[in-house]
Design a protein around this ligand. Structure first.
Ligand SMILES: [Zn+2]
Length: 394
């Protein structure tokens, strides 16, 4: 890695002088020789877009605001839910039910009223990403899904903008800065999205709350270094954090000359929506669509006194939180070994949390001839929503 790759010039020109009030507010930055008043003026002129006001977006937005970034764009479409509060620290109890954008804006204004907050209430899509990103100096990704990551990467490559990437799962975090003009992009590392159905969503995988703070703070650090031209960037490097072992490792990321978007002969020349990749394969979706029962239909069977075998394919620790009375636990990965426990006829229903794992299990059971098996659409989440509101949600 050459010096020019690790240390590109500052991304942002300095704003005119700071007011006395700003000088006081940012004094602990101004007395760091490598930042000084010029770096602070660059921050004031900076326009940063943060995708998502959730787990990573919370610390990112709060620290960017406190640091004095002039314009902070936020992209989100969600409302604050109780399950968010364990990690999304920009929101609080009194924000439940509010739009995340509004809740985040209130917190940001409380931290630093000088920040101009721009709210984009939308999904990032192939038909809006370029326009959304165009006015910003850099993009920070706080999303938790692959379709958005590929879209953000490709849009950043096409626009020549740096992409500060972070990802979190359970106890593991990752970080890098992708900037095709100075080093590799995300697709140099992961050319294509993972196979459909192989990716647990954040809602199913879980994440240690404070991991968001660790990775989000590191993303913000890289953003401030990019803006001010300070230090060595994470370009061409990936940080891998294991909170259980409390270890940070670093991997080299090389620019791939054959990269589908930033290589010599790019095949990705416009943005693609990868909606299908996060859910299930078309085969699985097909099997599920033809053999699913709604919670109300399942309840009607049970109420009618039918002998229904309900097979729960979630994990034991999920079962311990909540399960349906009379159901049988066979975790998804044990289904092949324990297939003999699944009744060969009658009413058999597989279920999970949201209906994704059960759809995969269903397709496999059908493929070995157990075509009488059906699955519970929407899983225990839908069951709690539609027929038993007293059940705990997780
Ligand atoms: Zn690339």
């Amino acid at each position: 890695m050459t010096e020019s790759q690790l240390r590109p010039p500052p991304l942002v020109e300095p704003a005119p002088g700071l007011t006395n009030q700003e000088i006081r507010r940012y004094s602990r930055h101004l007395i760091i020789p490598d930042i000084n008043i010029e770096g602070q003026r660059r921050m004031r002129n900076a326009k940063v877009l943060c995708i998502g006001a959730g787990g990573l977006g919370s610390p990112v937005a709060m620290y960017l605001a406190a640091a004095g970034v002039g314009t902070l764009g936020l992209v989100d479409f969600d409302v604050v839910d109780e399950t968010n509060l364990q990690r999304q620290i920009i929101h609080g109890q009194s924000d439940l039910g509010k739009k995340k954008l509004d809740s985040a804006e209130e917190s940001i204004k409380e931290i630093n009223p000088f920040v101009n907050v721009v709210k984009h209430e939308t999904f990032v899509r192939s038909d809006n990403a370029l326009e959304l990103f165009r006015d910003y100096d850099l993009i920070i990704d706080g999303s938790d899904n692959f379709p958005t990551r590929y879209l953000v990467n490709d849009a950043c490559v096409l626009l020549g903008k740096p992409y500060v990437w972070g990802s979190i799962f359970r106890f593991d975090g990752q970080l890098s800065v992708f900037w095709a003009d100075h080093g590799p992009c995300y697709r140099c590392l992961f050319p294509e999205p993972p196979p459909p159905g192989m990716v647990p969503s954040c809602a199913e995988g879980g994440v240690l709350g404070m991991l968001c703070g660790t990775i989000g703070s590191l993303q913000t650090t890289e953003a401030i270094k990019l803006i001010t031209g300070t230090g060595d960037l994470m370009i061409g490097r990936m940080l891998v954090y294991d909170a259980l072992e409390m270890k940070f490792r670093e991997l080299k990321v090389r620019k791939d000359p054959e990269c589908p978007v930033c290589g010599k002969n790019p095949t990705v020349t416009e943005l693609i929506d990868y909606d299908a990749f996060c859910g299930v394969t078309p085969d699985v979706a097909d099997a599920a669509a033809q053999s699913q029962l709604t919670p109300k239909e399942v309840k009607a069977l049970l109420d009618a006194g039918r002998d229904v075998a309900v097979i729960d394919v979630r994990e034991p620790h999920e079962w311990d939180i909540v399960h349906l009375e009379g159901a049988k636990l066979i975790p998804m990965n044990d289904v092949v070994d324990r297939v003999s426990e699944i009744p060969q006829n009658g009413d058999v229903i597989v279920m999970c949390k949201v209906g994704q794992r059960s759809a995969n299990v269903l397709q496999w059971l059908h493929s070995i001839g157990l075509t009488h098996v059906k699955h519970l659409a929407g899983g225990i989440d839908a069951w709690a929503r539609e027929v038993d509101p007293g059940l705990p949600r997780y």
